[in-house]
Design a protein around this ligand. Structure first.
Ligand code: GDP
Ligand code: MG
Length: 221
């Protein structure tokens, strides 16, 4: 099968403090693997996943993952600018990571203005609740998400609980944004690419979740 057969490509970034589990979420979603000691890569790591957002509409999701730069707050401007969506992640067992969410959000919005990036807020490592390590409640996270205008999802890369939901919710939001004209293709912008001539674009918006036959690929770059 020709893996280049996709109608759209969405570039999505992972945001949040170091160690909240951004790389682990990507690894679980794209490879269904979890590592207790995940390597910190040098440079920007990227992952690719193919998703059918509705029957016959295949999207190449290109995920960009910071590799430690977030620790030094040196994430580059082009990292933000060339993305259409962001998973904004905090660790439910780490209050400081929750308190930093607003700053991450503000930083992105400031850099991409006048354009927008669509967000999903993720309360991650929910498995820590069983060990009595949860310090951020669902209610306060939902309140913050509402203030940021983003949906809120809880997940765990360790157990795999809910791990597909934030990725697919965000992809669905982007796709719907495209249909509604809220997200627009722009010359010289890598957030969304289309291989479909304008006149052939579909107009329905339902997300098709059954992507069990979708091939997975992680780039070696
Ligand atoms: N308990 C728990 N630990 C996790 C989870 N996801 C990642 N971790 C651990 O948290 C640490 C940091 O994960 P990593 O993915 O490198 O975080 P990143 O710096 O945000 O990319 C690693 O030791 C992971 O094994 C999770 O869902 N639950
Ligand atoms: Mg990482």
């Amino acid at each position: 099968m020709d893996l280049t057969l996709w109608q759209y490509q969405f570039r999505i970034i992972m945001l949040g403090d170091s160690t909240v589990g951004k790389s682990s979420m990507l690894k679980r979603y794209t490879e269904d693997e979890f590592l207790e000691c995940i390597n910190q890569t040098v440079g920007v790591d990227f992952y690719v996943y193919f998703l059918e957002v509705e029957p016959g509409v295949r999207v190449k999701l290109q995920f960009w993952d910071t590799a430690g730069q977030e620790r030094f707050r040196s994430v580059t401007r082009s990292y933000y600018r060339n993305s259409v969506g962001a998973l904004l992640v905090f660790d439910v067992g780490n209050r400081a990571s929750f308190e930093r969410v607003r700053e991450w959000h503000a930083e992105v919005c400031e850099h991409v203005r006048p354009h927008v990036v669509l967000f999903v807020l993720v309360g991650h490592k929910t498995d820590r609740e069983e060990a009595g390590e949860r310090v951020v409640s669902r209610e306060e996270a939902e309140r913050l998400a509402a203030q940021l205008g983003a949906p809120y999802v809880e997940a765990s890369a360790k157990t795999g609980h809910n791990i597909r939901v934030p990725f697919e919710l965000l992809s669905s939001r982007v796709y719907q944004g495209l249909q509604a004209g809220e997200v627009q293709l722009r010359e010289g912008w890598d957030g969304v690419k289309s291989s479909v001539p304008h006149s052939q674009k579909t107009t329905t918006t339902k997300l098709h979740n059954n992507d069990s036959n979708t091939p997975r690929k992680r780039c070696d770059c």
